[in-house]
Design a protein around this ligand. Structure first.
Ligand code: ATP
Ligand code: MG
Length: 570
């Protein structure tokens, strides 16, 4: 392509709303343009990158035996009512009505649509297993769309769904997808990690995320430097090193703690460590429209992992209770609550509470705490669960080595769904004995735009994007230093034509611009290599440089195309 004919709107300034490097560079390089919050145009060079990601995904998914389909973006509410998610999904689901007042949503994910499709056509175990995928525009009305393509509201996703007659068959396909995803992200030139994950809004039991490692990643991860364990903090576990001490014989005792509300204030005032305090939190939760409250107990040194609590309660929503609710349940304002004497409210304790021999808790009385409170003696410990946020430095649950904190960008997520959707939607097949059984399902997603953005986060320098070659919009640009020089123009044209004939994705920068401007543009966009036809032409030479390199190589004009091809393939 001749650049004079292309839409290539590079900018000199970073966009004002961009915080992360990929957002800045994708906009400045003229690859994307914002239309509304979290909604983007993909401009010609940007769309080439998107298509490359898609094609890598498509090739690997096809190789893995999955079949491509395309499902509608607009989905009738009926299907979402069948699965029960219409009422549960919350505000990320964009809902609207047509002219007949029928309700619809823009699909944020397509379990319902695909389950209805399988229900219509798959009737026998002989048709299983089956894996269908699509590459399609999704819409999620994200609370905080940001970081450009990283967290959009409208974004392109590859989503795949598999159907099985047995758990073993699902396990095998999950493994197949796991390996396929590894091939996809490796082919994209990304450094990634597979981590244990929470299943979120999608549901199901087992899930893993593919994380591109990057300092700006939105996801906090814990990884073991010794064994293979790594997890999103939402799901991470750690091994406590607190030995179980014998419970104290001392009696429970009230102590005055005027205005001392926080763990820090109380522990400083009583000259004890936070570990010896019992933290009491009150949470509101909702299950199937039923509302309730729960009191959560943790060691004073621990933080609550809200995802773990939500999963444990199997709640659709959890929120810290309002002060008025805390007062109603415990009889006191937050800061002085405790489990002793609480009635008519569910109490759930983190499992490490069992390892505390005694602790300090609020007395459910203003400006008062209780000393020597023994769990099980002074209050009943009915429900315990792992509710704690695991932290770096704590021990790996498998091998005991201290966990390290790293950050990542979630580019893919694979789930074992089980029969969550097939049961709810009565999607069944007949097994060998003619018995109707719900499909056992898996689902597998990749964010296409987010993968491209993640590639930028890992591959850039002071001058712009350094695309991994597999994602670069073009692989070579031929630049005549001065288009007014007929000899330079002719030589550039010759190299350009030879590279085109050899099948290279090549550009000719035939613009009447200064060479400095041209080089800047190409570096910003991240074209994989450049050939400058300038002064050296007098000696029959041209200058070649890979985008990732820092020095020019003088190569003879006669063999230029051949040498460039070899460098690009190396
Ligand atoms: P997140 O926790 O980042 O919101 P998610 O768990 O909601 O992601 P999934 O439902 O698993 O995401 O969607 C599959 C993939 O789609 C994700 O792994 C991610 O790559 C991509 N994705 C999800 N939400 C967005 C978004 N708002 N913008 C761009 N890509 C997204
Ligand atoms: Mg999300």
């Amino acid at each position: 392509m001749r650049i004079s004919k292309l839409l290539m709107p590079t900018l000199r300034e970073d966009p004002a709303d961009a915080e992360v490097i990929s957002h800045k560079l994708l906009v400045r390089a003229g690859l994307i343009q914002k239309t509304a919050a979290g909604i983007y145009n993909y401009l010609p060079f940007g769309y080439r990158v998107i298509r490359k990601v898609e094609n890598i995904i498509r090739a690997e998914m096809n190789r893995a035996g999955a079949q491509e389909v395309l499902l509608p973006a607009v989905v009738p509410a009926e299907l979402w009512r069948e699965s029960g998610r219409w009422d549960k999904y919350g505000k990320e689901l964009l809902r609207f009505k047509d002219r007949k007042e029928a309700e619809y949503c823009l699909g944020p994910t397509h379990e319902e649509v695909i389950t209805a499709l399988a229900r219509a056509f798959v009737h026998s175990y002989k048709q299983l297993p089956l894996n269908l995928y699509q590459i399609q525009t999704k819409f999620r009305d994200e609370l905080r769309p940001r970081f450009g393509l990283m967290r959009g509201r409208e974004f392109i996703m590859k989503d795949a769904y598999s159907f099985h007659a047995t758990q073993e068959s699902l396990d095998a396909e999950y493994q197949n997808m796991r390996e396929t995803y590894c091939r996809i992200f490796a082919a994209c030139g990304l450094q990634y990690k597979v981590v244990q994950a929470d299943s979120g809004n999608i549901g199901g039991s087992v899930s893993q995320e593919f994380m591109v490692l990057a300092e700006n990643g939105e996801d906090a991860l814990l990884a073991c430097p010794q064994c293979a364990y790594s997890a999103n903090v939402e799901a991470a576990q750690s091994r406590p090193d607190t030995p179980v001490a014998a419970p104290t014989k001392e009696k429970m005792q009230e102590v005055s703690t005027p205005d001392k509300k926080t763990i820090e204030e109380v522990s400083a005032f009583l000259k004890t460590s936070p570990e010896n305090l019992l933290k009491t939190l009150v949470y509101y939760y909702k299950i199937n429209e039923r509302e309730n409250y729960v009191v959560v107990l943790l060691r004073g040194c621990d933080q609550l992992n809200e995802v773990k609590l939500k999963n444990y309660l199997q709640a659709d929503l959890i929120l810290p209770a309002e002060d008025s609710a805390v007062l109603k349940i415990t009889g006191v304002e937050p800061g002085f609550c405790g489990p002793v004497g609480l009635q008519n409210v569910r109490i759930v304790a983190d499992e490490l509470i069992k390892t505390t021999s005694s602790g300090v808790t609020g007395a459910n009385k203003k400006d008062t705490h209780l000393l020597n409170v023994v769990p099980g003696r002074d209050f009943e410990l009915k429900e315990t669960a792992d509710l704690r946020l695991a932290c770096s430095g704590e021990k790996c649950p498998h091998c005991g080595v201290p966990l390290q904190a790293i950050r990542g960008i979630e580019v893919g997520h694979i789930f074992k769904l089980g029969t969550k959707y097939s049961e709810a939607m009565q999607a069944v097949y007949l097994d060998q004995n003619g018995t109707a059984k719900p499909f056992i399902m898996g689902c597998y997603g990749i964010g296409v735009g987010r993968t491209a953005a993640a590639a930028v986060e890992q591959h850039f320098d002071a001058n712009g994007i350094v695309w991994p070659p597999a994602l670069a919009p073009y692989h070579c640009v031929v630049i005549p230093a001065n288009v007014q020089e007929p000899a330079q123009l002719a030589a550039a044209e010759k190299i350009y034509q030879e590279l085109l004939a050899a099948g290279v994705e090549v550009l000719l920068d035939d613009r009447e611009e200064r060479i400095g401007v041209k080089l800047k543009d190409m570096e910003l966009i991240g074209i994989s290599s450049r050939v400058v036809v300038g002064k050296a032409l007098a000696e029959g030479k041209v200058e070649f440089r890979l985008r990732a390199a820092t020095d020019n190589e003088l190569i003879p004009l006669a063999d230029a195309a051949k040498i460039i091809l070899a460098r690009l393939r190396a």
